[in-house]
Design a protein around this ligand. Structure first.
Ligand SMILES: [Zn+2]
Length: 471
């Protein structure tokens, strides 16, 4: 079932059709120091009036000029192009100023990892037109030192060439220049390209790839497939604290990306037991949400990470029920009298995030159980997500959280998602997870699940199922 390809064997030949000119082609020449780039961006017609990047661009980039020889002024995060000339290309020089101290805590950033791995936030150095019907994608090729490989969220067409989806400018993404060949894993038809930056104490590359594979199998097993055809996975070592995965985040700029900081001394057993990677992968079962509905954004992965870890065999069903229960107990207490919706507005306060993550998880848990009970197990939350994927999921656009819930309701021809939101997230302090457990016939002794003997429906064992043939 599982195939591991090495890059040399895996050059997809898909490109722009012969004769079809891409609207925009980049060429990036990377110097041996991995921080000096020369970039050219050539357009099939007139240049757009503005090109955009993020706010580090202005300090990392200089010598911006057109192929007509005209020099251009840089704004902090954009370049205005004079429209009265015949230019087709823009050229510029990049000199990255990577961080190499402390540990990363936020999203994508430009950072040097152990001398020969340069992690870059794409918006720090790549200037792009706003995505529209014409600029939906671009071609990009790299010229790199001999020992260097390129990891991107874009669709690979060769060792150093890609077709990039022109996603919204504000969406972050990573390009990593690394001295180790990425591992490509095919899980249920999706390609996970794993780049491992730096060295680890107790795990080797194979262990880390095994961990990614198992997690991907678990999450893909939920819907029968992974909702992105290619996924960039970047693993960096961390020396911060004792957590197995001290920090991880997803990016959607250019495609699905996951960046994980793994404790340098973690063992593969500890990694498989850890929830972080199944959680991050589960984020992609929903599209990008552009409102601050963190209870939706984080609630769904926090619930589904438990199902996927049982699916992959990483943890038992009993362990999974215990984790859910303990999480709900901690999450409910963390609210200190607030509703989940109120907590979202106070996110910066310490501890509140548990109320939001677990409150959202309890909401999706309640919905899943209600759907399964009403249908005698024939309709699940995952079935609704599969339907949504088929009709409505757009990996290049953001939607408001309420729009997503309304769309899910209209697929069900019901008001389930909005009705339960109004009650459990807005009116009450925390979803009544004990009622959901009771409906499933599960009680807890300490944090150990005890299953009612007369519980005949089998719904609880359907939820926490290790199968590989869920659909
Ligand atoms: Zn998350």
């Amino acid at each position: 079932m599982r195939k591991i390809f090495y890059l040399a064997l895996f050059f997809s030949l898909i490109s722009f059709a012969k004769g079809e000119v891409p609207p925009l082609t980049y060429q990036v020449t990377v110097e041996n120091d991995l921080r000096s780039f020369a970039v050219s961006a050539c357009f099939s017609g007139n240049l757009p009036a503005f090109l955009y990047a993020n706010d580090a661009f202005g300090s990392f980039v200089r010598n911006v000029r057109l192929d007509t020889g005209d020099m251009l002024e840089l704004d902090v995060d954009s370049v205005a192009i004079p429209q009265d000339n015949a230019a087709r290309c823009i050229f510029y020089d990049v000199f990255l100023q990577p961080r190499n101290q402390g540990e990363q805590r936020g999203g994508a950033e430009t950072r040097l990892i152990e001398d020969r791995n340069m992690l870059t936030s794409i918006g720090d150095w790549l200037v792009r037109p706003k995505p529209d019907a014409f600029y939906e994608s671009f071609e990009i090729g790299f010229s790199v030192p001999e020992d260097i490989f390129v990891s991107t969220p874009w669709r690979r067409t060769g060792k150093t060439s890609f077709i990039g989806a022109n996603t919204p400018i504000s969406w972050e993404g990573i390009v990593a220049l690394t001295n180790r060949e990425p591992n490509v894993i095919d899980v249920a038809g999706s390609m996970f390209e794993v780049s491992i930056l730096g060295d680890f104490g107790r795990t080797n590359q194979e262990d880390l790839v095994r961990w990614v594979t198992r997690s991907a199998q678990g999450v893909s097993g939920l819907m029968g497939f992974f909702p992105s055809p290619h996924v960039q996975v970047v693993v960096s070592p961390s020396d911060r604290g004792n957590a197995v995965v001290p920090w991880a985040y997803v990016t959607r700029g250019g495609g699905a990306g996951i960046h994980l900081f793994v404790n340098r001394d973690a063992s593969v057993e500890q990694l498989l037991w850890d929830w972080s990677l199944p959680h991050e992968m589960s984020h992609f079962l929903f599209p990008h949400i552009n409102t601050s509905d963190y209870w939706v954004i984080e609630g769904l992965p926090t619930y589904l990470q438990h199902l996927s870890m049982v699916e992959s065999g990483a943890i038992s069903a009993t362990e999974s029920w215990s984790r859910l229960y303990r999480g709900f107990v901690v999450g409910a207490k963390a609210g200190r009298g607030l509703t989940v919706a109120e907590s979202v507005g106070r996110l910066s306060k310490r501890g509140t995030y548990r109320h939001i993550y677990w409150g959202g998880a309890a909401y999706f848990f309640g919905i899943d159980v209600e759907l399964r009970r009403k249908s005698q197990g024939t309709l699940t939350l995952l079935d609704v997500l599969i339907k949504y994927y088929g009709c409505c999921y757009d990996a290049k656009r953001s939607i408001p959280g309420d729009q997503l819930l309304a769309d899910l309701d209209s697929l069900l021809n019901d008001d389930l998602f909005i009705r339960r939101k109004n009650k459990e997230i807005i009116a009450e302090q925390f979803p009544n997870y004990m009622a959901t457990f009771k409906a499933l016939g599960i009680q807890f002794l300490g944090s150990n699940p005890v299953f009612d003997e007369d519980e005949q429906s089998g719904i609880s064992s359907q939820i926490m199922k290790h199968s590989g043939s869920r659909h």
